[in-house]
Design a protein around this ligand. Structure first.
Ligand code: FAD
Length: 386
């Protein structure tokens, strides 16, 4: 039997950001991160679209993303190890929600809250939109909600930088799958691996992404989270655009951005929950007319590749569930991020580290995202879900 002072299940961006932040908060005990897929081929982080935005309708999401954005701004230097910078392809090309007439009043409302929290978002007219995307079809639009500080980055590099820095600070990454969480009389006791090995620990943090809710359910603590397949598509627009795209959300929900000289697009289709990484090329048939309508250059696009990834989708309010479980001492979760976890990872890691090391949130109050909110019916109802 082995032991650790803190065990983290899942070494994706959440687990690694948390491990690193625990050390930065002065935690000196042993930390073991179990990661079943060290290539990260199937982790959501590697398959993310990498968008970051402060364009939310709830204060907690705005604050969390604003805080994380400040971290990402200096990430390359702050997370350098020796001479090697942690490059993350950080592109502040803006984030843009295109609006029909009907959508504008809701965006006006969001804008007020965003501006009051320091976010320099703005409502754009159709003429402004053409200044950003000259090829845009604006006939059916009434403007958009835009934030120039936002944009996109490379999620895999962020995760690797957190992992390397955590390892540099003596966090132990073990290539193994946790089969069960172990509990005793309302306390977490440790984990058992699929090879039978038991690790004891008074603190276990569930950062297992799309697989996390199953582990929790198996110890009688279900969470309203399901794995939900999301598909991405990479195409060559063949006729070049004049400017690089912001991360743009069409009123239909189809989104797109540049990736080097290619364009990456995605859409949250209506699918049955379940782990499924099969990428269906034919699903692009739904996106193409929408893309071609919005940017006529895309009429002659060439679909090159794509992938499917998993949201750990919160079925109740589509937001993160963070903190100690009220029914299990020492059991912490950071799950349910749905489509906006990547951009929140720095703030989540620091929040959890403070909660564990100091018993309370100091930098950012993540209490609204607590596990208890479902029982208390104090949900975080976010309008800006992608
Ligand atoms: C297609 C797509 C597009 C997205 N776009 C965006 C976006 O634009 N912006 C944004 O902010 N977010 C986006 N997201 C969401 C974002 O990627 C996730 O919220 C975030 O990556 C979650 O990180 P994580 O560490 O919780 O999960 P993961 O990255 O999945 O990490 C969990 C890890 O746990 C490991 N694991 C699971 N079970 C076990 C076990 N039993 N034992 C050991 N290891 C285990 C897994 O192998 C995995 O590596 C997108 C997601 C997808 C799928």
């Amino acid at each position: 039997m082995k032991k650790a002072d803190i065990i983290i299940v899942g070494g994706g961006v959440m687990g690694s950001s948390t491990a690193y932040s625990l050390r930065k908060n002065g935690f000196e005990g042993s930390i073991v991160v179990f990661e079943k897929d060290p290539t990260y081929e199937y982790s959501s982080t590697s398959r993310s679209a990498g968008g970051f935005r402060q364009l939310y309708s709830t204060a907690i999401n705005i604050q969390l993303s604003r805080f994380s954005l400040a971290v990402y701004k200096n990430f390359a230097e702050d997370m350098a190890i020796g001479e090697e910078k942690a490059e993350i392809d950080f592109k502040q090309r803006g984030y843009l929600f295109l609006a029909t007439e009907r959508m504008l009043s809701s965006f006006q409302k969001q804008l007020k809250l965003q501006n009051s929290l320091g976010v320099p978002s703005e409502i754009l007219t159709n003429a402004d939109l053409l200044g950003i995307i000259p090829e845009l079809e604006t006939g059916d639009l009434a403007g958009g909600l835009f934030c120039k500080e936002d944009g996109y980055l490379d999620p895999y590099s962020v995760m690797q930088a957190y992992r390397k820095n955590a390892q540099f600070l003596d966090v132990d990454y073990v290539n193994a799958e946790v089969s069960t969480l172990l509990t005793e009389s309302g306390r977490i006791k440790g984990v058992q691996l699929t090879n039978g090995t038991i690790y004891n620990s008074p603190i276990v943090i569930n950062c297992a992404g799309a697989w996390g809710a199953t582990l929790s359910e198996e110890i009688g603590l279900p969470l309203p989270i399901v794995p939900l397949k999301r598909q991405m598509y990479v195409f060559d627009s063949t006729t070049r655009l004049e400017k690089m795209l912001p991360l743009t959300i069409d009123p239909t929900g189809v989104y797109f951005r540049h990736e080097m000289d290619r364009v990456v697009a995605g859409f949250s289709d209506d699918v049955k929950p379940g782990i499924d990484f099969k990428w269906k090329r034919s699903s692009f048939d739904h996106l193409w007319p929408i893309l071609a309508h919005r940017i006529p250059n895309f009429e002659s696009l060439k679909l090159e590749s794509g992938w499917a990834g998993m949201y750990d989708h919160n079925t109740v309010d589509q937001n993160a569930i963070i903190g100690e479980h009220p029914l299990m001492k020492g059991y912490y979760v950071a799950l349910g991020f749905s489509g906006h976890g990547m951009q929140q990872a720095p703030g989540v890691g620091i929040g959890l580290a403070e909660l564990i090391c100091k018993g309370k949130y100091e930098t950012l109050d993540l209490t609204p995202l607590r596990v208890e909110r479902f029982a208390e019916n104090d949900l975080v109802m976010e309008d800006a879900i992608v």
